[in-house]
Design a protein around this ligand. Sequence first.
Ligand SMILES: Nc1nc2c(ncn2[C@@H]2O[C@H](COP(=O)(O)OP(=O)(O)OP(=O)(O)O)[C@@H](O)[C@H]2O)c(=O)[nH]1
Length: 368
Amino acid sequence: MSSTSDAPTKKKAMAIITIGMAGAGKSTFVQRINSYLHSKDSPPYVLNLDPAVAFLPFEANIDIRDTVNYKEVMKQYNLGPNGGILTALNLFTTKFDQVLSLVEKRSDSIDYVILDTPGQIEIFTWSASGAIITDAVASSLPTVVAYIIDTPRASAPATFMSNMLYACSILYKTKLPFILVFNKTDVQPHDFALEWMHDFEAFQEALATHGGTRDAEGEPTYMNSLMNSMSLVLDEFYKHLKAVGVSSVTGDGIKEFFDAVEASREEYETQYVPDLERARATREKALQDAKADSMDRMMKDLEVDRAQHPEAAAQDRWDPEEENEEGEDEDVDVNIIDRSEERWPGEYIDVTRAQRHGDEGIHWPRPG
Ligand SMILES: Nc1nc2c(ncn2[C@@H]2O[C@H](COP(=O)(O)OP(=O)(O)OP(=O)(O)O)[C@@H](O)[C@H]2O)c(=O)[nH]1
């Protein structure tokens, strides 16, 4: 059993959202952690959110492809591959409450929920539906983002930096606990990446010696200078990250990955949840303040008006007798109407029924 199921009281299932650039090895990684958890007698609940994937090396409990036919979406809406994936995700998001209730039903009997996302990383991370899905999962389960990096490719300083900038933007967007997963360590160990993260001078040195970083005059290229500066800025960001090296092929580092996931559970509870509650409380307070402010301004306007017109103000008082005479002391319950959902008085003019009478212009039928 996993360390979670050994605990005396059952912890809430933890959601792991895997994100990464195309080819980083997300699906292979999900397959690996899936089989690791099976071997620990703790099968996870797996969601595939990539509508365009042709082959999945694992069996998903919920697969977006069962709900949305991505090819059909492209045809029907006349879209290319990226538009097709985005629209398929949008369509799927409209049913995400059902997905969540299915997950919640199972969350007592499982330790982990794993989400695999589309390879076109920006479609998931920067679309409204991607954010809705991430927020919905994170507000119902402890959640961590596993950002998968192709380690051999990241050994080029420019690729390393672009991966880090991407990771940084996702961290600040989701504000969720975050694990950098350096994948494919069977091909290239990830020590260099850890060194670059802990010592920006080591990164700058690698940058200076890497080919293509100087122009024809021997001056550092614009990209080189930019990455130099970025390495100073990112120093702060690295402090918020956990990093592990894994090989999804051999299974190396998977245990360390789950240690990092468990540490993230604590971070979720001590940082993300209080932040979420603070954000809710701030929104609520802003709303109350706005209401109080507008009431305050209205009362002040009334006072000014009364000071300017004292005679009118003297007459403009509540008359209890009048109320008793007319028997109007019952509360009147007025419903707020959502105009986008319900008819509202005065709305209804059916232009399709408008009739023309010769040159007389338009004759509007009686409403109702
Ligand atoms: N050597 C090695 N190869 C790996 C590892 N993980 C994945 N790969 C290979 O990397 C390639 C891409 O892996 P995928 O799992 O399809 O990557 P992905 O990120 O899901 O790709 P998309 O579906 O395009 O998003 C495949 O050829 C995998 O066999 C690893 O740990 N070591």
